[in-house]
Design a protein around this ligand. Structure first.
Ligand code: DCP
Ligand code: MG
Length: 525
Protein backbone atom coordinates (compact mmCIF):
# COMPACT_ATOMS: atom_id res chain seq x y z
CA UNK A 1 0.00 0.00 0.00
CA UNK A 2 1.42 3.38 -0.91
CA UNK A 3 1.83 5.88 1.85
CA UNK A 4 1.67 9.65 1.92
CA UNK A 5 4.39 11.26 4.02
CA UNK A 6 4.91 14.94 4.74
CA UNK A 7 8.14 16.32 6.16
CA UNK A 8 7.98 19.74 7.78
CA UNK A 9 11.28 21.55 8.33
CA UNK A 10 11.50 24.99 9.90
CA UNK A 11 13.45 27.57 7.91
CA UNK A 12 16.71 28.79 9.54
CA UNK A 13 15.08 27.87 12.80
CA UNK A 14 17.28 29.38 15.52
CA UNK A 15 17.64 32.54 13.41
CA UNK A 16 13.84 32.87 13.27
CA UNK A 17 13.66 32.41 17.05
CA UNK A 18 16.02 35.39 17.36
CA UNK A 19 14.03 37.38 14.79
CA UNK A 20 10.84 36.77 16.72
CA UNK A 21 12.54 37.86 19.97
CA UNK A 22 13.75 41.05 18.28
CA UNK A 23 11.21 41.84 15.55
CA UNK A 24 13.45 44.53 14.05
CA UNK A 25 15.58 41.63 12.79
CA UNK A 26 12.88 40.19 10.50
CA UNK A 27 13.97 40.54 6.89
CA UNK A 28 17.59 41.19 7.86
CA UNK A 29 20.71 39.05 7.57
CA UNK A 30 21.04 37.27 10.92
CA UNK A 31 23.49 34.70 12.20
CA UNK A 32 23.21 32.76 15.46
CA UNK A 33 26.59 32.26 17.03
CA UNK A 34 27.36 29.59 19.56
CA UNK A 35 30.12 30.92 21.73
CA UNK A 36 32.49 28.57 23.41
CA UNK A 37 35.14 29.44 25.96
CA UNK A 38 37.65 27.27 24.13
CA UNK A 39 37.57 29.69 21.21
CA UNK A 40 35.53 27.41 18.98
CA UNK A 41 32.69 29.85 18.31
CA UNK A 42 30.78 29.32 15.11
CA UNK A 43 27.46 30.07 13.45
CA UNK A 44 24.81 27.43 13.95
CA UNK A 45 22.00 29.13 12.03
CA UNK A 46 21.96 31.64 9.19
CA UNK A 47 18.92 33.57 8.02
CA UNK A 48 18.08 33.37 4.31
CA UNK A 49 18.83 37.06 3.92
CA UNK A 50 22.47 36.35 4.83
CA UNK A 51 22.90 33.28 2.64
CA UNK A 52 23.34 35.07 -0.74
CA UNK A 53 26.45 36.71 0.75
CA UNK A 54 28.02 33.29 1.21
CA UNK A 55 27.51 33.19 4.98
CA UNK A 56 27.42 29.58 6.09
CA UNK A 57 27.01 27.52 9.23
CA UNK A 58 30.29 26.96 11.05
CA UNK A 59 31.78 30.36 10.14
CA UNK A 60 33.17 32.63 12.83
CA UNK A 61 31.71 36.08 13.48
CA UNK A 62 34.74 37.63 11.79
CA UNK A 63 34.38 35.52 8.67
CA UNK A 64 30.73 36.33 8.20
CA UNK A 65 31.19 40.04 8.90
CA UNK A 66 33.73 40.12 6.11
CA UNK A 67 31.23 38.60 3.71
CA UNK A 68 28.18 40.47 4.96
CA UNK A 69 29.06 43.59 6.97
CA UNK A 70 25.41 44.25 7.89
CA UNK A 71 24.81 40.86 9.43
CA UNK A 72 23.32 40.90 12.94
CA UNK A 73 24.97 38.33 15.18
CA UNK A 74 22.89 36.85 18.00
CA UNK A 75 24.61 34.84 20.69
CA UNK A 76 23.30 31.57 22.05
CA UNK A 77 22.95 32.03 25.83
CA UNK A 78 25.54 30.30 28.01
CA UNK A 79 24.45 27.44 30.24
CA UNK A 80 25.21 27.06 33.92
CA UNK A 81 27.39 24.00 33.73
CA UNK A 82 30.34 22.74 31.78
CA UNK A 83 30.66 25.74 29.52
CA UNK A 84 27.64 24.56 27.58
CA UNK A 85 25.31 26.62 25.47
CA UNK A 86 21.82 26.98 26.87
CA UNK A 87 19.51 26.12 24.00
CA UNK A 88 16.38 26.06 26.12
CA UNK A 89 14.74 28.96 24.33
CA UNK A 90 15.06 27.13 21.01
CA UNK A 91 13.64 23.99 22.60
CA UNK A 92 10.71 26.00 23.89
CA UNK A 93 10.11 27.41 20.43
CA UNK A 94 10.29 23.88 19.05
CA UNK A 95 7.63 22.78 21.55
CA UNK A 96 5.35 25.53 20.31
CA UNK A 97 5.74 24.29 16.74
CA UNK A 98 5.14 20.66 17.75
CA UNK A 99 2.04 21.66 19.69
CA UNK A 100 0.61 23.00 16.41
CA UNK A 101 1.72 20.00 14.35
CA UNK A 102 0.29 17.61 16.92
CA UNK A 103 -3.08 19.29 17.07
CA UNK A 104 -4.12 19.19 13.43
CA UNK A 105 -5.77 15.81 12.91
CA UNK A 106 -5.91 12.60 14.96
CA UNK A 107 -5.58 10.49 11.79
CA UNK A 108 -2.04 11.77 11.26
CA UNK A 109 0.98 10.11 12.91
CA UNK A 110 3.58 12.63 14.01
CA UNK A 111 7.24 11.82 14.49
CA UNK A 112 9.65 14.37 15.84
CA UNK A 113 12.78 13.91 13.73
CA UNK A 114 14.82 16.75 15.23
CA UNK A 115 14.39 20.07 17.01
CA UNK A 116 12.84 21.60 13.89
CA UNK A 117 11.73 18.70 11.72
CA UNK A 118 8.76 16.36 11.79
CA UNK A 119 7.54 13.51 9.65
CA UNK A 120 3.79 13.15 9.35
CA UNK A 121 2.14 10.03 7.97
CA UNK A 122 -0.97 11.40 6.30
CA UNK A 123 -2.06 8.18 4.54
CA UNK A 124 -5.24 7.55 6.53
CA UNK A 125 -6.12 11.23 6.51
CA UNK A 126 -5.90 11.67 2.72
CA UNK A 127 -7.51 8.32 1.99
CA UNK A 128 -10.55 9.18 4.02
CA UNK A 129 -10.78 12.50 2.21
CA UNK A 130 -10.50 10.83 -1.20
CA UNK A 131 -13.30 8.43 -0.38
CA UNK A 132 -15.45 10.88 1.55
CA UNK A 133 -15.48 13.96 -0.67
CA UNK A 134 -16.85 14.81 -4.08
CA UNK A 135 -14.02 14.50 -6.58
CA UNK A 136 -15.20 17.32 -8.83
CA UNK A 137 -15.30 19.66 -5.86
CA UNK A 138 -11.80 18.65 -4.75
CA UNK A 139 -10.40 19.18 -8.25
CA UNK A 140 -12.02 22.60 -8.61
CA UNK A 141 -10.67 23.62 -5.24
CA UNK A 142 -7.16 22.36 -6.03
CA UNK A 143 -7.18 24.21 -9.35
CA UNK A 144 -7.91 27.52 -7.68
CA UNK A 145 -4.73 29.65 -7.63
CA UNK A 146 -5.01 30.23 -3.87
CA UNK A 147 -4.93 26.50 -3.06
CA UNK A 148 -1.30 25.51 -3.72
CA UNK A 149 0.41 28.92 -3.83
CA UNK A 150 3.86 27.78 -2.66
CA UNK A 151 3.91 24.24 -4.08
CA UNK A 152 6.44 22.95 -6.56
CA UNK A 153 6.54 19.69 -8.45
CA UNK A 154 9.86 17.88 -8.26
CA UNK A 155 10.02 15.12 -10.85
CA UNK A 156 13.62 15.11 -12.06
CA UNK A 157 12.79 17.11 -15.20
CA UNK A 158 13.85 20.43 -13.68
CA UNK A 159 17.33 20.54 -15.25
CA UNK A 160 15.98 20.39 -18.79
CA UNK A 161 13.51 23.12 -18.00
CA UNK A 162 16.16 25.68 -17.00
CA UNK A 163 15.15 29.15 -18.03
CA UNK A 164 17.23 30.01 -21.08
CA UNK A 165 14.86 32.52 -22.53
CA UNK A 166 16.90 35.67 -21.94
CA UNK A 167 15.14 38.59 -23.48
CA UNK A 168 17.91 40.84 -24.80
CA UNK A 169 15.45 43.49 -25.91
CA UNK A 170 14.74 44.44 -22.32
CA UNK A 171 17.67 46.52 -21.17
CA UNK A 172 16.64 47.27 -17.61
CA UNK A 173 17.79 44.54 -15.21
CA UNK A 174 14.88 44.96 -12.79
CA UNK A 175 12.36 44.53 -15.57
CA UNK A 176 14.28 41.52 -16.86
CA UNK A 177 14.29 39.92 -13.42
CA UNK A 178 10.61 40.64 -12.98
CA UNK A 179 9.79 39.03 -16.29
CA UNK A 180 11.94 36.04 -15.37
CA UNK A 181 10.08 35.63 -12.10
CA UNK A 182 6.77 35.84 -13.89
CA UNK A 183 7.85 33.18 -16.39
CA UNK A 184 8.97 30.94 -13.53
CA UNK A 185 5.69 31.40 -11.72
CA UNK A 186 3.61 30.65 -14.79
CA UNK A 187 5.68 27.50 -15.43
CA UNK A 188 5.11 26.43 -11.84
CA UNK A 189 1.36 26.98 -12.15
CA UNK A 190 1.19 25.19 -15.47
CA UNK A 191 2.89 22.10 -14.04
CA UNK A 192 0.62 22.14 -11.01
CA UNK A 193 -2.48 22.45 -13.19
CA UNK A 194 -1.39 19.57 -15.44
CA UNK A 195 -0.86 17.46 -12.36
CA UNK A 196 -4.27 18.32 -10.90
CA UNK A 197 -5.89 17.34 -14.19
CA UNK A 198 -4.32 13.90 -13.78
CA UNK A 199 -5.91 13.68 -10.34
CA UNK A 200 -9.32 13.40 -12.00
CA UNK A 201 -8.67 9.76 -12.81
CA UNK A 202 -5.58 8.85 -10.75
CA UNK A 203 -6.13 8.24 -7.04
CA UNK A 204 -2.43 8.12 -6.20
CA UNK A 205 -1.93 11.57 -7.71
CA UNK A 206 -5.01 12.87 -5.92
CA UNK A 207 -3.69 11.67 -2.57
CA UNK A 208 -0.40 13.49 -3.09
CA UNK A 209 -2.23 16.64 -4.15
CA UNK A 210 -4.46 16.51 -1.07
CA UNK A 211 -1.38 16.08 1.13
CA UNK A 212 0.18 19.10 -0.55
CA UNK A 213 -2.98 21.09 0.13
CA UNK A 214 -2.87 19.91 3.74
CA UNK A 215 0.80 20.96 4.04
CA UNK A 216 0.04 24.42 2.68
CA UNK A 217 -2.69 24.97 5.29
CA UNK A 218 -0.54 23.46 8.05
CA UNK A 219 2.36 25.78 7.27
CA UNK A 220 0.00 28.75 7.35
CA UNK A 221 -1.24 27.58 10.73
CA UNK A 222 2.30 27.22 12.10
CA UNK A 223 3.02 30.75 10.90
CA UNK A 224 -0.18 32.10 12.41
CA UNK A 225 0.36 30.48 15.82
CA UNK A 226 4.13 30.85 16.19
CA UNK A 227 5.20 33.49 13.62
CA UNK A 228 7.68 30.98 12.17
CA UNK A 229 7.99 30.07 8.50
CA UNK A 230 8.66 26.53 7.42
CA UNK A 231 9.02 24.40 4.31
CA UNK A 232 7.67 20.96 3.50
CA UNK A 233 8.23 17.95 1.31
CA UNK A 234 5.56 15.45 0.26
CA UNK A 235 6.24 11.98 -1.11
CA UNK A 236 5.47 8.30 -0.82
CA UNK A 237 8.03 7.70 1.91
CA UNK A 238 10.32 9.41 4.37
CA UNK A 239 13.30 9.45 2.05
CA UNK A 240 11.47 11.20 -0.79
CA UNK A 241 9.69 13.67 1.52
CA UNK A 242 12.99 14.65 3.14
CA UNK A 243 14.80 14.88 -0.16
CA UNK A 244 12.33 17.17 -1.91
CA UNK A 245 11.73 19.37 1.11
CA UNK A 246 15.15 20.86 0.50
CA UNK A 247 14.43 21.50 -3.20
CA UNK A 248 12.57 24.79 -2.73
CA UNK A 249 13.40 26.42 0.56
CA UNK A 250 12.52 28.69 2.34
CA UNK A 251 8.76 29.23 2.77
CA UNK A 252 7.88 26.76 0.04
CA UNK A 253 7.03 23.12 -0.40
CA UNK A 254 7.63 20.44 -2.99
CA UNK A 255 6.04 17.16 -3.90
CA UNK A 256 7.01 14.15 -5.98
CA UNK A 257 4.37 12.91 -8.45
CA UNK A 258 3.83 9.16 -8.03
CA UNK A 259 6.14 7.30 -10.40
CA UNK A 260 8.74 10.10 -10.63
CA UNK A 261 10.83 8.83 -7.73
CA UNK A 262 13.61 7.34 -9.84
CA UNK A 263 13.69 10.39 -12.08
CA UNK A 264 14.24 12.55 -9.01
CA UNK A 265 16.96 10.28 -7.70
CA UNK A 266 18.90 10.15 -10.96
CA UNK A 267 20.82 13.37 -10.42
CA UNK A 268 20.64 13.39 -6.64
CA UNK A 269 23.99 13.23 -4.87
CA UNK A 270 24.43 10.10 -2.79
CA UNK A 271 25.07 11.99 0.43
CA UNK A 272 21.78 13.90 0.20
CA UNK A 273 19.88 10.69 0.73
CA UNK A 274 18.58 10.07 4.21
CA UNK A 275 20.71 7.22 5.52
CA UNK A 276 23.61 7.84 3.12
CA UNK A 277 24.83 11.12 4.61
CA UNK A 278 27.39 9.36 6.79
CA UNK A 279 30.01 6.66 6.57
CA UNK A 280 28.10 4.34 4.27
CA UNK A 281 27.49 7.03 1.62
CA UNK A 282 31.13 8.09 1.70
CA UNK A 283 32.30 4.50 1.44
CA UNK A 284 30.10 3.89 -1.62
CA UNK A 285 31.29 7.06 -3.32
CA UNK A 286 34.94 6.33 -2.70
CA UNK A 287 34.81 2.66 -3.54
CA UNK A 288 32.97 3.02 -6.86
CA UNK A 289 33.95 6.61 -7.75
CA UNK A 290 30.29 7.59 -8.09
CA UNK A 291 28.53 10.75 -6.97
CA UNK A 292 24.88 10.45 -7.87
CA UNK A 293 22.21 7.90 -7.14
CA UNK A 294 21.87 7.41 -10.91
CA UNK A 295 25.52 6.42 -11.15
CA UNK A 296 25.16 4.13 -8.16
CA UNK A 297 22.13 2.44 -9.74
CA UNK A 298 24.06 1.75 -12.93
CA UNK A 299 26.48 -0.54 -11.05
CA UNK A 300 25.78 -4.26 -11.35
CA UNK A 301 23.98 -5.51 -8.26
CA UNK A 302 26.47 -8.37 -7.97
CA UNK A 303 29.26 -5.84 -7.43
CA UNK A 304 27.33 -4.02 -4.73
CA UNK A 305 26.36 -7.23 -3.05
CA UNK A 306 29.98 -8.44 -3.04
CA UNK A 307 31.33 -5.33 -1.44
CA UNK A 308 28.42 -4.22 0.72
CA UNK A 309 26.64 -7.49 1.50
CA UNK A 310 24.85 -6.27 4.61
CA UNK A 311 23.52 -3.14 2.92
CA UNK A 312 22.67 -4.38 -0.55
CA UNK A 313 19.01 -5.19 0.05
CA UNK A 314 18.35 -1.82 1.60
CA UNK A 315 20.32 -0.07 -1.16
CA UNK A 316 18.35 -1.84 -3.90
CA UNK A 317 15.14 -0.45 -2.45
CA UNK A 318 16.52 3.03 -1.96
CA UNK A 319 17.77 3.11 -5.57
CA UNK A 320 14.22 2.33 -6.72
CA UNK A 321 12.97 5.23 -4.60
CA UNK A 322 11.43 2.92 -2.02
CA UNK A 323 11.78 3.28 1.74
CA UNK A 324 9.51 1.40 4.09
CA UNK A 325 10.66 2.96 7.36
CA UNK A 326 7.49 3.79 9.26
CA UNK A 327 6.67 7.15 10.80
CA UNK A 328 6.85 6.36 14.50
CA UNK A 329 4.48 8.25 16.73
CA UNK A 330 6.94 10.19 18.81
CA UNK A 331 7.12 13.70 20.09
CA UNK A 332 9.76 13.16 22.75
CA UNK A 333 13.41 12.27 22.46
CA UNK A 334 14.55 8.68 22.83
CA UNK A 335 17.79 9.75 24.45
CA UNK A 336 18.99 12.81 26.29
CA UNK A 337 22.63 13.62 25.87
CA UNK A 338 25.25 16.16 26.76
CA UNK A 339 28.74 16.27 25.35
CA UNK A 340 31.78 18.41 24.96
CA UNK A 341 34.61 18.53 22.42
CA UNK A 342 38.20 19.30 23.40
CA UNK A 343 39.87 19.79 20.04
CA UNK A 344 43.62 20.10 19.39
CA UNK A 345 45.58 21.63 22.22
CA UNK A 346 42.49 21.68 24.44
CA UNK A 347 42.49 17.88 24.70
CA UNK A 348 42.28 16.66 28.29
CA UNK A 349 45.46 15.07 29.57
CA UNK A 350 45.03 14.83 33.36
CA UNK A 351 42.58 12.98 35.58
CA UNK A 352 41.86 16.19 37.49
CA UNK A 353 40.64 17.91 34.33
CA UNK A 354 38.74 14.82 33.27
CA UNK A 355 36.87 14.73 36.55
CA UNK A 356 36.19 18.46 36.40
CA UNK A 357 34.49 18.18 33.02
CA UNK A 358 32.65 15.00 33.92
CA UNK A 359 31.24 16.84 36.92
CA UNK A 360 30.01 19.73 34.76
CA UNK A 361 28.44 17.41 32.21
CA UNK A 362 26.84 15.31 34.93
CA UNK A 363 25.23 18.40 36.46
CA UNK A 364 23.93 19.43 33.05
CA UNK A 365 22.55 15.95 32.40
CA UNK A 366 20.87 15.75 35.81
CA UNK A 367 19.26 19.11 35.17
CA UNK A 368 17.85 17.91 31.86
CA UNK A 369 16.77 14.56 33.28
CA UNK A 370 14.92 16.25 36.13
CA UNK A 371 13.18 18.45 33.64
CA UNK A 372 12.31 15.47 31.47
CA UNK A 373 11.04 13.47 34.44
CA UNK A 374 8.52 16.13 35.29
CA UNK A 375 7.40 16.64 31.76
CA UNK A 376 7.34 13.11 30.44
CA UNK A 377 6.94 11.06 33.62
CA UNK A 378 9.70 8.65 32.80
CA UNK A 379 13.05 7.56 34.14
CA UNK A 380 16.25 6.73 32.29
CA UNK A 381 17.63 3.28 32.97
CA UNK A 382 20.97 3.60 31.21
CA UNK A 383 23.65 6.18 30.88
CA UNK A 384 26.29 5.69 28.22
CA UNK A 385 29.67 7.25 28.96
CA UNK A 386 31.43 7.93 25.71
CA UNK A 387 35.07 8.99 25.37
CA UNK A 388 37.03 9.87 22.26
CA UNK A 389 40.80 9.59 22.63
CA UNK A 390 42.81 7.97 19.85
CA UNK A 391 39.79 5.67 19.63
CA UNK A 392 36.14 5.94 20.60
CA UNK A 393 34.91 3.92 23.55
CA UNK A 394 31.58 3.68 25.32
CA UNK A 395 30.43 2.04 28.49
CA UNK A 396 26.90 1.67 29.67
CA UNK A 397 25.94 2.25 33.31
CA UNK A 398 22.62 1.12 34.79
CA UNK A 399 20.97 3.85 36.82
CA UNK A 400 17.94 4.11 39.09
CA UNK A 401 15.80 6.91 40.50
CA UNK A 402 18.21 7.60 43.36
CA UNK A 403 21.07 8.25 40.93
CA UNK A 404 19.50 11.30 39.37
CA UNK A 405 21.35 13.63 41.71
CA UNK A 406 24.57 15.38 40.76
CA UNK A 407 26.88 13.89 43.44
CA UNK A 408 25.48 10.40 43.36
CA UNK A 409 25.64 10.16 39.63
CA UNK A 410 29.13 11.60 39.49
CA UNK A 411 30.34 8.98 41.97
CA UNK A 412 28.79 6.30 39.80
CA UNK A 413 30.12 7.57 36.48
CA UNK A 414 33.63 8.54 37.54
CA UNK A 415 34.94 4.99 38.23
CA UNK A 416 33.47 3.92 34.88
CA UNK A 417 35.24 6.73 33.11
CA UNK A 418 38.47 6.00 34.97
CA UNK A 419 38.27 2.39 33.85
CA UNK A 420 38.44 3.65 30.27
CA UNK A 421 41.80 5.29 30.94
CA UNK A 422 44.80 3.60 29.41
CA UNK A 423 48.37 3.78 30.68
CA UNK A 424 49.78 3.27 34.12
CA UNK A 425 50.88 6.80 35.06
CA UNK A 426 48.90 8.15 37.97
CA UNK A 427 47.11 11.43 37.26
CA UNK A 428 47.81 11.39 33.53
CA UNK A 429 45.30 10.71 30.80
CA UNK A 430 47.15 9.52 27.77
CA UNK A 431 46.19 9.40 24.91
CA UNK A 432 44.32 12.62 25.69
CA UNK A 433 40.54 13.02 25.54
CA UNK A 434 38.96 14.91 22.61
CA UNK A 435 35.35 14.37 23.54
CA UNK A 436 33.32 13.35 26.57
CA UNK A 437 29.63 12.59 26.11
CA UNK A 438 26.93 11.23 28.37
CA UNK A 439 23.70 9.89 27.01
CA UNK A 440 20.74 8.81 29.09
CA UNK A 441 18.39 6.38 27.42
CA UNK A 442 16.16 3.31 27.73
CA UNK A 443 13.45 5.34 29.35
CA UNK A 444 10.94 3.51 31.47
CA UNK A 445 7.48 5.05 31.57
CA UNK A 446 6.11 5.93 34.99
CA UNK A 447 7.82 7.08 38.16
CA UNK A 448 8.46 5.50 41.55
CA UNK A 449 5.73 6.44 44.03
CA UNK A 450 7.96 8.88 45.93
CA UNK A 451 8.81 10.66 42.67
CA UNK A 452 5.18 10.61 41.69
CA UNK A 453 4.22 12.63 44.70
CA UNK A 454 6.84 15.30 43.92
CA UNK A 455 5.76 15.52 40.31
CA UNK A 456 2.13 15.47 41.39
CA UNK A 457 2.81 18.39 43.68
CA UNK A 458 4.42 20.32 40.86
CA UNK A 459 1.49 19.65 38.58
CA UNK A 460 -0.97 20.74 41.27
CA UNK A 461 1.03 23.90 41.75
CA UNK A 462 0.89 24.54 38.01
CA UNK A 463 -2.87 24.19 37.96
CA UNK A 464 -3.09 26.61 40.85
CA UNK A 465 -0.88 29.04 38.98
CA UNK A 466 -3.02 28.72 35.90
CA UNK A 467 -6.13 29.46 37.91
CA UNK A 468 -4.46 32.46 39.45
CA UNK A 469 -3.41 33.63 36.03
CA UNK A 470 -7.02 33.39 34.95
CA UNK A 471 -8.04 35.66 37.81
CA UNK A 472 -6.16 38.79 38.74
CA UNK A 473 -3.02 37.79 40.55
CA UNK A 474 -0.22 39.26 38.46
CA UNK A 475 1.84 39.95 41.58
CA UNK A 476 1.65 36.34 42.79
CA UNK A 477 2.75 35.16 39.37
CA UNK A 478 5.74 37.42 39.31
CA UNK A 479 7.60 35.06 41.65
CA UNK A 480 10.45 33.85 39.42
CA UNK A 481 10.59 30.35 40.83
CA UNK A 482 6.90 29.81 40.35
CA UNK A 483 7.03 31.04 36.79
CA UNK A 484 10.01 28.91 35.93
CA UNK A 485 8.25 25.92 37.33
CA UNK A 486 5.16 26.65 35.30
CA UNK A 487 7.08 27.18 32.09
CA UNK A 488 8.92 23.93 32.59
CA UNK A 489 5.72 22.04 32.96
CA UNK A 490 4.29 23.67 29.88
CA UNK A 491 7.00 22.49 27.57
CA UNK A 492 5.68 19.60 25.62
CA UNK A 493 8.41 18.25 23.46
CA UNK A 494 12.08 18.67 23.88
CA UNK A 495 14.65 19.81 21.34
CA UNK A 496 17.77 17.78 20.72
CA UNK A 497 21.25 18.64 21.77
CA UNK A 498 23.25 19.08 18.64
CA UNK A 499 26.62 18.55 20.24
CA UNK A 500 25.51 15.08 21.07
CA UNK A 501 25.58 12.61 18.27
CA UNK A 502 23.01 10.14 19.39
CA UNK A 503 22.42 6.91 21.09
CA UNK A 504 24.27 3.71 20.31
CA UNK A 505 22.31 1.58 17.93
CA UNK A 506 22.81 -1.68 16.23
CA UNK A 507 21.20 -2.71 13.03
CA UNK A 508 21.36 -5.29 10.32
CA UNK A 509 22.17 -3.73 6.98
CA UNK A 510 19.75 -0.86 7.31
CA UNK A 511 21.43 2.29 8.51
CA UNK A 512 19.67 3.52 11.62
CA UNK A 513 19.17 7.22 11.61
CA UNK A 514 20.00 8.51 15.01
CA UNK A 515 20.31 12.24 15.19
CA UNK A 516 20.88 15.18 12.96
CA UNK A 517 24.14 16.93 12.43
CA UNK A 518 25.08 19.89 10.37
CA UNK A 519 23.90 19.02 6.91
CA UNK A 520 23.12 15.38 6.99
CA UNK A 521 21.84 12.75 9.31
CA UNK A 522 24.44 10.97 11.36
CA UNK A 523 24.14 7.32 10.70
CA UNK A 524 25.47 4.57 12.86
CA UNK A 525 26.20 1.56 10.81
N1 DCP B 1 21.64 23.33 14.65
C1 DCP B 1 22.74 23.30 15.54
N2 DCP B 1 23.90 22.70 15.16
C2 DCP B 1 24.01 22.12 13.95
C3 DCP B 1 22.91 22.10 13.07
C4 DCP B 1 21.73 22.75 13.45
O1 DCP B 1 22.64 23.82 16.64
N3 DCP B 1 25.16 21.55 13.61
C5 DCP B 1 20.39 24.02 15.07
C6 DCP B 1 20.31 25.40 14.48
C7 DCP B 1 19.29 25.30 13.38
C8 DCP B 1 18.40 24.17 13.86
O2 DCP B 1 19.25 23.30 14.61
O3 DCP B 1 18.58 26.50 13.22
C9 DCP B 1 17.73 23.41 12.74
O4 DCP B 1 18.68 22.83 11.87
P1 DCP B 1 18.46 22.73 10.33
O5 DCP B 1 19.49 21.81 9.79
O6 DCP B 1 17.04 22.43 10.01
O7 DCP B 1 18.85 24.17 9.77
P2 DCP B 1 18.02 25.51 9.79
O8 DCP B 1 16.63 25.30 10.26
O9 DCP B 1 18.82 26.56 10.50
O10 DCP B 1 18.03 25.94 8.25
P3 DCP B 1 17.18 25.32 7.06
O11 DCP B 1 16.26 26.40 6.61
O12 DCP B 1 18.20 25.01 6.02
O13 DCP B 1 16.46 24.11 7.56
MG1 MG C 1 15.44 23.69 9.47
Amino acid sequence: MSRIIVLVDMDCFYAQVEQRDQPSLWGKPVGVLQYSANGQSGLIAVSYEARPFGVKRGMTAKQCKELCPDIEICLVPQGEHADKADIQKYRDASSEVFAVLGSVDPRITLERASVDEAFMDCTVYVESRVSGEDREEIINRLLHPSCLPTSFIVDGEEEQEKDNEIDHDIADEDTRNKEKEERKESKRRRKIEEFIEKCRYDDECLKIALAAEFAERLREKVKEKTQFYCSAGVGNNKMMAKLVCAAHKPRKQSFVPPGSEMGVLRRTSITSIRGLGGKLGMALMERFRVNTMGELSSLPIAVLSNEFPTHVDWLKKIMRGEDDEPVKARTVQTSIGVGKNFPGKLAISTTVEARFWLEGLTKELVKRLTDDRVRNRRMAQNIIVHLTTDVSTSKTVRVGAADEKDDRLLEKLWPVMLSMRKGPTEGVWNPPIFNISLSAGRFLDGLPSKENSIVGWMEKRTRELEQMEGSSSKEILSGDAALDEKRRLEREAEGDEREWEGEEVTCMGVPTIVEEDEDCLIVEE
